[in-house]
Design a protein around this ligand. Structure first.
Ligand code: TEU
Ligand code: CA
Length: 547
């Protein structure tokens, strides 16, 4: 793999909530341009831009109706070209979102496809006849309910693994694959630096899940042809450019990741795994208020770190536009001291591992979850659908119970506007923001942090700088220490020459370290001013030591 990819730190921009430039309340490309110097100052190398293509407004840009056009709310293609040029001028690369498991039902391909059973786009999507007068089978959408929608024109059903306005493309059709490769080349020829590929292990769905035979729900991830299609995409497109690719792969296992992102380079650069995001999952999967199980988190992270080492490349993330804020989730946001301390601890714990770190906008400020009161405030198709199903239709949860889950895990948490200042609308917009600004922007904002050496921002800046200064952070192997301890996450990284010791306290109580984790050395970074006692970590303490 290319060295620049191994060394890079990525910053994720959700443009809709990053910076508005024209007062319409929606973040846009010119807003991103105006904040490039902020990102440069943080020290990141790559921006992953969430979708900015023309879309039908159902799922935050993941319902694309034209792959080669910028949505008017985000600006124009000239704005995009300017962003790319100005980012490159600062040594920052741009990775675009590639959403090709599905298109919007407003995409011209789908408009043609639905017209009749014989048109030349019919096989671009997944159409099945009814089974006994109803849906073809029990496959369910990730956004609740059946994944099949009946279309009156032909009386057949099309598959949508997400919202009904997001129809799944038929990757088994070589013409679909060719059309996707064409649009990828179109963007790469413009000079972009890679793709983050949305639910890419859902392409190549197994035949068994598509039969119209009334069979029960089946998991469509990691179908047998996914890796073939990724290799083909690599041969046809990616291998001809110097690009970074990251596949978003829910339900991925280490075994599959070794095929999807091998260091030998015949598929993707890396994938996003989700197992660590289940360390606080419950009976109803994400819809729970269950606390973090640290032992589970450690087991998962250690498995990915050790099994991928020297064979495939990891991605490292706590947050993205689909996840709640990490400081509210695995840290503590109930008082200012704990918030700052635990945000830094979480940053250190993740950034000292092997792989490419991703920082989601506002994570570097320790931004928190949003105190949403009622479901009417939600703008998220996922939360609204889950509420309808679990509360309204099935009565499995009371409104209060479900709202507690949504406050803890819902996607709206990460989509409130970026907090730039303590002023009106946090400096995000001069108009009315499309999502409310978190009321805590008066305390938590970039302006208050960029010049403060003790801020979360400054801590992230130093974490990024450390990665550039110490090759052991990029290349070292990983050993988990104190695996059974319920409070401490400690590990070493070793490259034969240097050993790095990382010790983190995932609790607000003091924690004891064993002899190995308590070893003294040169302190590289920590979230307390003084070194403290060698064998004790204070509340939310993180220590990184070079042995
Ligand atoms: O997310 C894929 C996905 O699996 C989501 O259902 C994810 O698990 C969920 O949001 C977690 O709560 C991708 C995008 O990142 C997401 O924003 C889109 O809504 C989805 O694909 C459909 O394109
Ligand atoms: Ca705007």
């Amino acid at each position: 793999m290319n060295k620049w990819i191994e060394d890079a730190v990525v910053y994720q921009v959700y443009p809709k909530s990053f910076q508005d430039s024209n007062g319409d309340g929606v973040g846009d490309l010119r807003g991103v341009i105006s904040r490039l110097d902020y990102l440069k100052r943080l020290g990141i190398d790559v921006i992953w831009l969430n979708p900015v293509y023309k879309n039908s407004g159902v799922d935050g840009g993941y319902d694309i109706s034209d792959y080669r056009a910028i949505a008017p709310e985000f600006g124009t293609m000239e704005d995009f070209d300017e962003l790319l040029a100005k980012a490159h001028a600062r040594g920052i690369r741009i990775v675009m979102d590639l959403v090709v498991n599905h298109t919007s039902t407003e995409h011209p391909w789908f408009c043609a496809s639905r017209r009749d059973r014989t048109n030349d786009k019919r096989d671009f999507y997944i159409w099945r006849p009814p089974y006994e007068g109803g849906v073809p089978n029990g496959v369910r959408s990730m956004f609740s309910g059946t994944a099949w929608e009946k279309d009156e024109a032909t009386g057949e059903y099309y598959l949508h693994m997400f919202a009904r306005e997001q129809a799944d493309l038929n990757w088994h059709n070589p013409r679909v694959r060719r059309a996707v490769y064409d649009l990828m080349r179109w963007w790469l020829d413009k000079g972009i630096d890679g793709f983050r590929m949305d639910v890419i292990n859902l392409i190549g769905k197994p035949e068994a899940m598509l039969r119209s035979d009334g069979s029960p729900d089946q998991n469509g991830f990691n179908g047998p042809l996914v890796v073939d299609y990724l290799r083909e995409m690599n041969r046809e497109v990616l291998s001809h450019y110097d690009v970074m690719t990251v596949g978003e792969t829910g339900c991925v296992t280490v075994e599959k990741a070794l095929e999807y992102a091998p260091l030998t380079g015949e598929a993707l650069s890396m994938v996003f795994q989700f197992e660590h995001m289940d360390a606080d999952a419950g009976e109803r999967h994400k819809w729970t208020t269950a606390p973090l199980e640290l032992r589970k988190l450690k087991t998962v992270m250690a498995r990915w770190q050790t099994r991928m080492h020297a064979r495939a490349w990891n991605s490292l993330y706590w947050c993205n536009h689909d996840q709640p804020r990490i400081v509210s989730r695995f840290g503590c946001d109930t008082d200012e001291e704990s918030r700052v301390r635990s945000a830094k601890m979480l940053g250190a714990c993740l950034h000292m591992m092997q792989g490419t770190p991703y920082i989601y906008q506002g994570e570097e400020l320790g931004m928190t979850n949003y105190p949403m009161k009622t479901i009417e405030e939600s703008q998220d198709v996922e939360a609204i659908g889950a509420y309808r199903e679990l509360v309204t239709e099935r009565g499995e949860m009371t409104p209060e119970e479900m709202m507690a889950c949504i406050r803890r895990k819902g996607r709206d948490n990460s989509r409130t506007p970026m907090q730039w200042t303590a002023g009106r609308n946090a400096g995000f917009t001069s108009g009315t923001p499309w999502m409310p600004v978190n009321p805590n922007h008066t305390e938590i904002n970039a302006e208050a942090q960029v010049d403060d050496p003790d801020s979360v921002f400054s801590f992230y800046q130093r974490l990024i700088a450390l990665r550039k200064a110490h090759p052991v952070i990029v290349h070292g192997d990983f050993t988990l220490l104190m695996p059974d301890d319920p409070q401490v996450f400690a590990y070493t990284r070793c490259d034969g020459e240097h050993t790095l010791l990382v010790a983190c306290n995932f609790s607000g109580e003091e924690a004891k370290l064993d002899a190995q984790a308590a070893t003294r050395g040169e302190r590289l970074i920590g979230n307390y001013e003084d070194e403290g006692c060698a064998d004790t970590l204070r509340a939310w303490e993180a220590r990184v030591t070079l042995l």
